[in-house]
Design a protein around this ligand. Structure first.
Ligand code: GLP
Length: 245
């Protein structure tokens, strides 16, 4: 389909969505390209601006396009396929994909563990832990928000680290000598809330993937409990399963 068929039973906004999808599929529109404005699309396809807007908005919500305020709407990069087989950190994952990892520290503090965090970290509630709230980016595009709760003797030293330019996993393993051996992780579908929407630059109510991970160091000792919110339309999680013999 390359034009809008007036007599078609398919709504016009839907036809325009399919036309734009095809342009991405056949490479005419590439990741990072600015797409035509609502007015231009309207004129080109003989439809109203409202119809063009609806088609664009739906493709933004599906993650195929993203908007930049004052600049326009662009074609998104392909989704990130995140394996769930090996225990890796964000920095490693992005580097392996050839993307530049980025971090904005939203807060870093020592605070007493509440009941829920204490249970995950197998410590007594009220014990001081290091809490790190970060926005994670790849090539400047915000992808996830993570809150890490870290517990080990001397974890307050993390307050002095430059966590905008250093990987937490790398610091723990190389500087603090704490090998990260295993993790348990849960995934849950949800929606982006208003605070997250601002940081992740997506509309409130867009799809989200919540993950909760407990990472263990030697002797099955939990060292990190992290809860993360990923843009649901930018990620595909992948695992490999073997049937029990
Ligand atoms: C992933 C995990 C987090 C972990 C982070 C470490 O994103 N979900 O639990 O804290 O990796 O990433 P980095 O080593 O880049 O700080």
């Amino acid at each position: 389909m390359s034009t809008i068929v007036r007599k078609s039973p398919l709504p016009r906004y839907y036809q325009l969505k399919e036309i734009m999808r095809e342009k991405i599929r056949n490479g005419e529109w590439k990741p990072g390209d600015l797409i035509p404005s609502e007015r231009e699309l309207g004129e080109q396809y003989g439809i109203s601006r409202m119809t063009a807007r609806q088609a664009i908005t739906e493709l933004v919500n599906e993650g195929l396009f993203y908007r930049e305020q004052g600049k326009g709407t662009f074609v998104s990069r392909r989704k990130i396929t995140q394996q769930l087989i090996h225990l890796t950190g964000f920095t490693e994952d992005m580097k392996a994909r050839g993307q530049q990892p980025g971090t904005r520290v939203l807060s870093a503090e020592m605070r007493p563990a509440d009941e829920a965090v204490a249970e995950r970290l197998r410590i007594k509630p009220g014990l001081q832990i290091f809490r790190l709230h970060r926005l994670r980016l790849a090539d400047g595009e915000p992808l996830a928000i993570e809150v890490s709760h870290i517990s080990f003797i001397g974890c307050e030293k993390l307050l002095e680290e430059d966590l905008e330019h250093n990987s937490l996993y790398r610091l723990l393993e190389t500087k603090y000598g704490l090998p990260l051996l295993e993790a348990d992780q849960e995934l849950e579908a949800g929606l982006i809330g208003s605070e997250e929407a601002q940081y992740l630059k997506v509309p409130v109510g867009s799809p989200a993937l919540f993950t909760r991970r407990v990472t263990y160091t030697e002797r099955n000792q939990p060292i990190e409990y992290a809860s993360s919110v990923y843009c649901g339309n930018k990620y595909v999680f992948y695992t490999h399963m073997k049937r029990e013999q």
